[in-house]
Design a protein around this ligand. Structure first.
Ligand SMILES: *Cc1c(COP(=O)(O)O)cnc(C)c1O
Length: 217
């Protein structure tokens, strides 16, 4: 599929839900993709990208930024505490804030650096043992911890369990956001971004539907 097709489908999903298509941000997830495919999507005008590893992103985005100018980079993969500073230097947004230790490191570094990317708190809506994200019952406390430290918490993020209907997970994410006064909802991937938009997504993270599959070359 092409970038234009995904944009059109996202806009259509927003309209069907009575929402303004401008309220849904498309993050093109470029992890593991060959550079020529990323180059092509940049040439088509896309300027918001998602990466899941700090080091991988450090390897390609400085050059692309030198060529194409400002690019909004979103970290959507797990963040080790010892890579927090590098992540804050490279990314405009971090979607995977999920534990007190990381929140406290972000608070300390923000005070030192004077700036912080936009943050999303990742919620493990399915309470899956192998998955990152704070458990739903611990979400309010972690959000408050971040807000008390003056971090710029824009919203919440989730990755629903692979084989289940994602809709209840999107609804749970929205409920937690609403009761905490947060507006951003990072939810929806290639297979379910239209459902996510119907349930209130403000940021959709779409990889393979734009770039093709990620099978190693
Ligand atoms: C890889 C990834 C995506 C994109 O997945 P696709 O199914 O290729 O659209 C979205 N969010 C996260 C957190 C990811 O790791």
């Amino acid at each position: 599929m092409t970038l234009d097709t995904i944009r059109a489908r996202a806009a259509q999903a927003a309209q069907s839900a009575g929402r303004d298509p401008g309220d849904v941000t498309l993050i093109a997830v470029s992890k593991v993709q060959p550079l020529d495919r990323i180059h092509s999507v940049l040439t088509q005008g896309q300027r918001i990208f998602g990466e899941n590893k700090v080091q991988e992103a450090q390897g390609k985005w400085p050059d692309f930024r030198a060529t194409f100018g400002e690019v909004d980079l979103h970290l959507i993969g797990p963040l080790q505490t010892n890579k927090t500073r590098s992540a804050m230097e490279l990314f405009n947004a971090i979607h995977t804030v999920d534990r007190p230790k990381l929140v406290n490191t972000l608070i300390r570094l923000t005070q030192e650096m004077g700036t912080c990317p936009k943050l999303f708190i990742q919620i493990n809506t399915g309470a899956e043992p192998q998955k990152a994200g704070v458990l739903p019952q611990d979400a309010d406390a972690l959000i408050r911890n971040a807000q008390d430290g003056d971090l710029p918490v824009m919203g919440l993020m989730c990755i629903p369990p692979a084989d289940l209907d994602p809709a209840p997970h999107f609804d749970m994410l929205r409920e937690i956001a609403v009761r905490n006064g947060l507006l951003g909802l990072s939810m929806g991937m290639s297979g379910d971004f239209e459902t996510a938009i119907a349930h209130g997504a403000t940021h959709i993270r779409v990889g393979s539907a734009i770039f093709g599959d990620r099978t190693p070359l």
